[in-house]
Ligand binder design. Structure first.
Ligand SMILES: NC(=O)c1ccc[n+]([C@@H]2O[C@H](COP(=O)([O-])OP(=O)(O)OC[C@H]3O[C@@H](n4cnc5c(N)ncnc54)[C@H](OP(=O)(O)O)[C@@H]3O)[C@@H](O)[C@H]2O)c1
Length: 406
């Protein structure tokens, strides 16, 4: 492999999450061996970022997401491009194309399944031929889910000699907020879906990110408000389950179906016991549905976008990021009825404080730990980085993975 000037370029360093990530890398790697640069479309914003964070020795690169030649020049200088330029379905495709063509490794934070599928279908062969390793979903969606399942399945195999054919993930605690960028991505997906029946059908397919010949047939039930006997708590749908479960199923298919052809995966939020738990579950489920319906009505969407919801560039305060946290429990059952559980926790708010650290470690893992002979193509975090990334997340990103008593 040709030596490149940089290990990592952060494209979109001026985004809400890109700024947190840039600050984090600067604090961790000031004066160290990491060669990195920041990139974005606005010279002024990059200048301000450099001044605010004190990036005096860090190179800045100007590139627009639609400018092929600028992106080609950017890719020529780096081993890996990390992109936080979203909504990815609007601004991400040219960069994936150039990375796939030039053999440049890439990771991002997208949670947009319709776009990921389009990228896989369009650039899979190009990435395999060039050797570019493309890894989507390297934030809260979907690293804790994908690696939580990977961690539990490895322990199941080691201690019980079989994989789980069913895993339920429950959100025990999750403290944090949403940014304008995340809201913009959700709004764009709903806009696309309201216009396109084929896409609406595709968004209901739990295996939509698996290769066409995946062979999975199990019906993946969507979570309804109900009582979860195992956790002695009411449960309600988890908004991130749509992307997380698709990434987990893709990992299963890329691991030669090692979780089984009938593997069932489900995510839900615990809302507590008794009547208060039941009503909290019902209100949350109704709230999500009403919000989705509102977002599909153009005039209400416009009002929400312009007057109520956070705008691109805005997000949770530093206080909320520092005081945020999450706690997830994965319960697995094997075909012979044995049970195993693990817990994944993270400090900081899931979507930004923790996501920025996860994305950083995913990029470093790809740059430093994954051998060059691992082939190109569209990977998931667990299939290309697996235990190596878990090790990094535990050591450097405030996550914990532990087997707990059943
Ligand atoms: N997976 C997860 O858990 C997770 C968590 C958080 C966020 N996300 C996703 O990450 C993305 C970023 O979120 P955010 O809140 O940080 O977004 P944001 O603050 O709205 O930032 C969007 C970025 O895109 C850049 N951009 C827009 N159009 C561009 C173009 N034509 N050329 C170059 N750059 C362009 C903007 O540049 P300027 O700065 O110059 O305006 C900005 O830096 C979103 O897609 C969001 O959904 C995912």
């Amino acid at each position: 492999m040709i030596d490149k000037e940089f290990d990592i370029i952060i494209f979109g360093a001026t985004s809400f999450v890109g700024q947190i990530m840039t600050r984090h890398i600067k604090e961790k790697f000031n004066n160290s061996s990491l060669n990195w640069a920041v990139a974005g479309r606005s010279k002024e914003k990059l200048k301000k970022l450099s001044k605010d964070i004190g990036l005096y020795e860090i190179k800045t690169i100007i590139a627009d997401a639609n400018d092929e030649s600028a992106l080609k020049a950017l890719c020529a200088r780096t081993k890996i491009v990390v992109s936080t330029v979203g909504p990815y379905a609007l601004y991400g495709s040219t960069l994936v194309k150039i990375c796939a063509e030039t053999g440049t490794d890439y990771c991002d934070l997208t949670g947009e399944p319709q776009w990921i599928k389009k990228m896989q279908e369009t650039y899979r062969k190009t990435a395999i031929d060039s050797g570019a390793r493309i890894v989507h979903c390297c934030g809260f969606d979907s690293i804790p889910s994908d690696l939580g399942v990977h961690f539990l399945q490895n322990h199941a195999l080691k201690t019980m000699s079989e994989n789980c054919n069913r895993i339920n993930m429950r959100v025990v605690k999750m403290k944090g907020g949403a940014s304008g960028g995340t809201i913009a991505s959700a709004i764009n997906m709903i806009k696309e879906a309201t216009k396109d029946t084929k896409l609406r059908k595709e968004l209901k397919n739990p295996y939509s990110l698996c290769p066409p010949n995946h062979g999975f047939k199990s019906r993946q039930n969507s979570v309804k408000v109900s009582y979860d006997k195992e956790h002695k708590s009411w449960i309600t749908p988890f908004i991130m389950a749509a992307i997380n479960s698709r990434v987990v199923h893709r990992s299963n298919s890329l691991k030669a179906n090692s979780y089984g052809l009938n593997f069932i995966y489900e995510e839900a939020v615990l809302t507590g016991r008794g009547n208060s738990g039941k009503w909290k579950a019902r209100f949350t489920a109704i709230g999500i549905n009403v919000f989705m319906v509102f977002l599909s009505i153009a005039i209400i969407r416009w009002l929400l976008e312009n007057y109520i919801l956070p705008k691109p560039g805005q997000g949770p305060s530093e206080y909320d990021q520092i005081n945020g946290e999450y706690d997830l429990i994965f319960s697995g059952k094997t075909p012979s009825g044995q049970e195993i559980k693990c817990r994944v926790t993270g400090d900081r708010d899931p979507g930004y404080g923790s996501t920025a650290k996860m994305l950083t470690q995913a990029a470093l893992c790809l740059a430093k730990d994954i051998p060059n002979d691992i082939k190109g193509g569209f990977w998931t975090p667990s299939t290309i980085m697996g235990d190596k990334l878990i090790k990094r997340l535990v050591k450097h990103a405030g996550l914990r993975f532990e087997i707990i008593k059943t």
